[in-house]
Write a protein that binds this ligand. Structure first.
Ligand code: SF4
Length: 226
């Protein structure tokens, strides 16, 4: 598998925020979001080749139950089911962070952390935008993921204008438990996060959606490896 990085930090986002976790960042993502904070992981050939056994050995360097498989987009990797199975076999709690563009059945995953991409993520370059718009939202895939896995839905929120689109998207997916929906400020720096958080907090108070922090930005200003 192509691995961008493996590191130990705190889960920064979602309902498990604050838990010490090992992150396995797999390379490759077709979406090219405008504000992506892991562009170094876009290329499927980015990073280094690891066997599944080497990933498992590396994860075991840290005495930590929680493992987050992220990207890039980990669900495009055909070896993902075997990796998840091997990590589960050594007692790990597995979160998969995905944009929700591919469905894989029967993963031994404890939490599917889904971040469906809104139109605020569309790249400005026309060629990239076309690919992005073609694949960023697949309602059947999203529906399949929430029906088959324990999940959370995180929407990257740039402004108040995003709210109707967030509500329409959850309605279109159907069967969404609104207590599992989170709004996360779009922010790559600590200053941006602090500036946008009050607005997103007010949106959460109005709608009942949960506020999603970004501890990796707040604590370490989004340095690589955090
Ligand atoms: S889906 Fe995630 S990894 Fe892929 S481009 Fe968008 S933000 Fe970056």
């Amino acid at each position: 598998m192509r691995v961008s990085e493996i590191f130990y930090s705190l889960q920064g986002e979602g309902f498990l925020a604050g838990l010490p976790s090992v992150f396995v960042r797999l390379a490759g993502c077709p979406l090219r979001c405008r504000w992506c904070d892991t562009k170094y992981g876009w290329d499927e050939k980015a990073g280094a080749h690891y066997s599944i056994a080497k990933i498992v050995r590396t994860v075991q360097r840290w005495p930590c139950k929680f493992v987050v498989i992220t990207g890039g987009e980990p669900m495009i990797n055909s070896d993902l089911p075997e990796l998840v199975q091997k990590l589960k076999a050594i007692g790990k709690h597995i979160t998969i962070e995905t944009a929700g563009i591919v469905f894989i059945p029967d993963l031994a995953c404890d939490l599917m952390s889904i971040s469906p991409k809104l139109s605020n993520s569309t790249p400005t370059e026309p060629e990239l935008a076309a690919v992005h718009e073609d694949s960023r939202l697949d309602m059947a895939v999203l529906h399949g993921l929430i029906d088959n896995y324990k999940y959370q839905l995180k929407f990257v929120t740039d402004s108040q204008a995003d709210l109707p689109e967030i509500q329409q998207t959850t309605e279109k997916i159907g069967n969404v438990d609104t207590e599992k929906v989170m709004l996360m400020p779009q922010a790559k720096t600590r200053d941006e996060l602090l500036a946008k958080s009050p607005m997103v907090a007010e949106m959460c108070k109005r709608t009942g959606f949960a506020f999603c922090n970004r501890l990796q930005v707040l604590l370490w200003n989004n340095q690589r490896g955090t």
